[in-house]
Design a binder for this molecule. Structure first.
Ligand code: SF4
Length: 505
């Protein structure tokens, strides 16, 4: 394509020209009046030569069909402005802009054909006041008590929520921190969510807990120490999984875990192997045979407890059952900590070097640990006025999303749609193209969102049919100003995905 790059007339679409070369941006409630060669308050729009422009390029995602049906991503990341006919193109909401007030149709309503079916994709950048991030941190280490406040730059931005199996969980953001507190709290919450969702690192501190460095897809750093391993299982699970490998090499094994500490000979796994009781009694609240809760305080020691010496677990040793020379292994659930002891004539446990055959089992526990990672799911409510940019009868869109007839994606990534009312979605930020998120100073996050559905259904639910453009028209209107990204492997192609809105394959 030759000549100056074409740009869509954003001044008309998202704002208006005013006197003295000023342009007004109507893309969000702030309604910035932008002087020549200046940026709007969010940095997403600018006044260039008296025209309103979006400062980030619109992003098209492309994949190419190979003969035989296997799909491979389009290799280029820059576009020469020509249409790539052998590629399939999906217009993402990234860089597409936002129409406000909400009765205006979405920036792009794109018609395309897929397998002979006329399809429409409604493309926008949503402004989300009700949004946040659910953060999963693969570690047993105690990061802070449940409900403790999580802070960035000293401002509250979320809290510690219910732990999951092998992972600590944070709930960050949400409308109460964005708009329900002070200005600094709202601004810091917005900045923090933006950084996390765009894949940048974020330092947080937890009241009465740890300082943690969070970055999607990277290992968490807890109080300056990078976490390496997620536990192989709880103490009871590790005792069961490796019982046969411990058998004959140790007379007793204690798997130290903040959740369930296991004592093998008392545990069902040891009983099934006919291991004689060792007479070792550990502290804590007995749950079922060989499984103990609350053996210590939570902390950064062995197995997510505050213990650095596992012998402190021992409450007593029953001399009627134990015997001098008895071999006892203590291990954590990640295999990062292990201690071998032998019972002496005075019924005292004496540490010795770990025998190589037991070291191999401890190493095997470590091999069964997955790498410790931080995962970030962006969660937002799209069930409000944003729907009017899609259809004149918003509840119909909600119903179509619920039934699975309308596929929701964010930057092309599949979302999980929560059951019940509204359009409440979650998306893995790593399944989205980089730098997909922005913000506005209200404060709220801006995220791409696309609704894909059959054209006949779109018409039936009151869609803005007079605004439908062909894919070629949209591509041509951006020319060289657009950016092309390869389709992300693992993301279902939105035009052919049927059924409920779910996660990645
Ligand atoms: S904050 Fe950004 S989107 Fe909102 S009016 Fe200003 S420039 Fe436009």
């Amino acid at each position: 394509m030759s000549g100056a790059p074409k740009r869509p007339d954003l001044t008309e679409r998202f704002g208006a020209r005013e006197a003295d070369g000023i342009v007004r941006c109507d893309a969000c409630p702030v309604l910035c009046r932008i002087r020549p060669e200046k940026l709007g308050a969010c940095g997403r729009y600018a006044n260039r030569e008296g025209e309103l422009v979006r400062t980030d390029p619109v992003v098209f995602a492309q994949r190419v069909a190979e003969e035989g049906g296997t799909m491979v991503p389009f290799a280029g990341t820059a576009w020469d402005g020509s249409l790539v006919h052998e590629a399939e193109t999906f217009v993402t909401g990234i860089g597409s802009g936002t129409t406000y007030p909400d009765y205006k149709p979405a920036p792009h309503i794109v018609a395309s054909q897929h397998r002979g079916v006329d399809t429409v994709t409604v493309v926008s950048e949503g402004i989300f006041s009700y949004c946040g991030a659910k953060v999963k941190i693969d570690t047993d280490r105690h990061l802070g008590p449940e409900q403790a406040v999580v802070r960035a730059k000293g401002e509250p931005i979320g809290h510690v929520t219910t732990a999951e199996y092998g992972s600590q969980m944070l709930a960050l953001g949400g409308v109460n921190h964005l708009t329900g507190g002070g200005k600094a709290e709202g601004r810091t919450t917005c900045e923090s969510l933006l950084a996390l969702c765009n894949g940048e690192a974020l330092e947080v501190s937890i009241d009465d807990g740890a300082k943690v460095r969070l970055q999607a897809g990277q290992a968490p750093v807890v109080d300056g120490e990078p976490e390496e391993r997620m536990r192989a299982g709880c103490g009871s699970a590790v005792a069961g999984m490796f019982a046969q490998q411990f058998f004959g090499k140790a007379d007793e094994v204690v798997v130290v875990d903040d959740h369930i500490t296991a004592v093998l000979t008392e545990h069902q796994a040891g009983r099934c192997l006919d291991m004689p009781p060792s007479g070792l009694r550990v502290r804590g609240r007995k749950s079922t045979p060989g499984r103990y809760f609350q053996v210590a305080e939570p902390g950064a020691g062995w197995g997510g407890t505050d213990l650095t010496d596992p012998l402190l677990l021992i409450e007593r040793i029953d001399q009627g059952k134990a015997w001098p020379g008895m071999r006892v292994l203590f291990t954590s659930t990640t295999g990062e900590d292990a201690l071998f002891c032998r019972l002496d004539e005075n019924f005292q446990l004496q540490p010795e070097a770990l025998p190589s055959e037991l070291e191999a089992v401890v190493t095997r526990i470590g091999e069964n640990c997955e790498p410790s990672l931080v995962s970030v799911l962006f969660m937002a409510g799209a069930g409000g006025s944003l729907r009017s940019g899609v259809t004149e009868n918003p509840v119909q869109l909600t119903r179509a999303v619920k039934s699975g007839d309308c596929r929701v994606t964010m930057g092309g990534a599949p979302v999980y749609h929560w059951p019940g009312g509204g359009i409440t979605v979650m998306v893995d930020v790593l399944a989205m193209p980089k730098e997909a998120f922005g913000y506005v100073p209200t404060p709220a996050l801006v995220a791409p969102i696309e609704f894909t559905l059959p054209a006949s259904l779109y018409q039936g639910l009151g869609g803005h049919m007079d605004q439908v453009q062909s894919l070629d028209e949209v591509l041509a209107s951006y020319g060289e100003t657009a950016s092309v990204t390869p389709w992300r492997e693992g993301n279902p192609w939105p035009l052919e995905a049927n059924g409920r809105n779910g996660g990645r394959r």
